[in-house]
Ligand binder design. Structure first.
Ligand SMILES: Cc1ncc(C[n+]2csc(CCOP(=O)(O)OP(=O)(O)O)c2C)c(N)n1
Ligand SMILES: [Mg+2]
Length: 363
């Protein structure tokens, strides 16, 4: 008996705006000028805060953090495509999306100084933004569960869950995708393929030709997009959210982007990658091309750019001043968030930690 083909698959790629500012007018999403400007402003705010945090870290004024420079497009686009009641489930490179959802600029400063309070959103933002997920892929099953919950309750809301390229090699990723598919949970998974997982390059991460195709095994519609193209990211995430709300279950999007800076401030990329590769990606970064797009639409010019940068830098200055002047929690505050009730070994660690700080101060 001859073998026969049971199934065939394709993986599509979407780009609307390229690095030179050329765009496909037929594919342009229907976003009014005010929304396009909001998107750009959101990305600029993230870039400026990121750059400032890098300086603060180097000066010992905040702790270790993972910069998001170059990866502003996917989560900013998601924030625009999402509704207020949707759940935002991030990893740790979604600064632009978080800020666009309303997170105060002081939150990342608090968080990266060791205060879990930086994950708490003010009431106007609401609770539908999960804390940063540093444990790689741990947020994927949680997003599937949230999707199941909103569906079970008959809500119209959906979930957008971010993860990295390395995260797609984790068991949690596959378990989460499997459950989301079986339950037809309204979740849009967005893998930010920034080409690196610390020092592991994309080519050593997986043999899969695309990360998007990992959805196929679970019968999840998938798409690869130019992750430095905010318009393609928006169109793809919006399509996924519309499908989710219409009962069509989950979507997997691979957003092809690049981590322009270090993994975290604790490492030095020059040890494991070529500077020529970085330079090539600086040319493709999202702010540059989106500015060109806005200029082509006659929505932007040099004067507006300078005014925005000044305004945002002043905003960042004010946030840093608030963070440093008010210093709202003592340095041993994180110990209060480990267990509901403290344990003797934790009390011991806390005493040692405080004694160490005192020693450093006295030295
Ligand atoms: C379960 C787990 N294993 C290992 C680590 C250490 N770690 C932190 S980030 C990271 C790489 C993540 O790569 P990727 O998913 O591509 O995300 P990116 O950092 O590039 O945004 C690793 C291995 C971790 N935090 N959690
Ligand atoms: Mg990565």
């Amino acid at each position: 008996m001859p073998r026969k083909t049971l199934a065939e698959f394709t993986v599509e790629f979407l780009q609307i705006l390229d690095e030179d500012g050329n765009f496909d007018a037929d594919l342009e999403p229907d976003l009014p000028p005010a929304e396009l400007l909001r998107l750009y402003r959101g990305m600029v705010r993230a870039r400026e805060l990121d750059q400032r945090m890098l300086k603060l870290q180097r000066q010992g004024r905040i702790g270790t953090f993972g910069p998001c420079t170059g990866q502003e497009a996917p989560s900013a686009a998601a924030a625009l495509a999402m509704q207020k009641d949707d759940w935002f489930v991030g990893a740790f490179r979604e600064l632009s999306g978080r800020l666009l959802r309303g997170e105060p600029l002081t939150n990342p400063l608090y968080y990266y100084n060791g205060w879990e309070e930086g994950n708490v959103q003010p009431p106007e933002v609401g609770r539908r933004m999960l804390p940063l997920a540093v444990v790689v892929a741990s947020q994927v099953p949680q997003a599937a569960g949230l999707g199941y919950a909103v569906k079970y309750r008959g809500e119209q809301s959906a979930v957008v869950c971010f993860l990295g390229d390395g995260a797609t090699s984790e068991g949690d990723f596959h378990e989460g995708l499997n459950f989301a598919a079986v339950w037809q949970a309204p979740v849009v998974f967005v893998s930010q393929n920034n080409q690196w997982a610390i020092s592991i390059p994309r080519a050593q991460q997986t043999r899969s030709r695309t990360l998007a195709q990992k959805g196929i095994a679970y019968e999840i519609p998938c798409l690869q997009v130019d992750g430095n193209d905010p318009l393609a990211c928006y169109a793809a995430i919006k399509e996924g959210l519309d499908r989710a709300r219409a009962g069509g279950g989950p979507t997997l999007i691979e957003a092809v982007t690049y981590r322009l800076l270090m993994h975290t401030t604790a490492d030095d990329p020059r040890k494991y990658r070529d500077e020529a590769e970085e330079q090539e990606w600086w040319r493709k970064e999202p702010l540059l091309r989106f500015r060109k797009y806005l200029e082509a639409k006659r929505l932007w010019d040099e004067a507006r750019e300078n005014a925005l940068r000044d305004e945002v830098r002043a905003e960042v200055d004010a946030a840093v001043a608030t963070f440093e002047e008010t210093a709202p929690w003592p340095p041993d505050r994180p110990f209060e968030h480990v267990f509901a009730r403290s344990e003797p070994h934790l009390d011991q660690q806390r005493r040692e930690f405080l004694a160490g700080l005192k020693e450093d101060a006295d030295a």
